[in-house]
Design a protein around this ligand. Structure first.
Ligand SMILES: [Zn+2]
Length: 59
């Protein structure tokens, strides 16, 4: 556990609850939480958000 995540927290795009395994988008300003990869991708596209490069991506 590195962060406190509320499973009832709303997705930053569609406002559905993000569940226990949210898709996080870490930016210098704040961390966005999304319910799915799609919401995260759309949000990134809409706001041209660049994910912090120091984040480990295991894909
Ligand atoms: Zn969503």
């Amino acid at each position: 556990m590195t962060a406190t995540i509320d499973p009832k927290a709303p997705c930053d795009l569609c406002t559905l609850s993000v569940g226990t395994k949210p898709f996080a988008l870490v930016t210098p300003q704040r961390t966005f939480l999304f319910c799915c990869e799609g919401c995260k991708g759309i949000y990134q596209m809409l706001y041209e958000i660049k994910e912090s490069p120091d984040r480990t991506v295991d894909n």
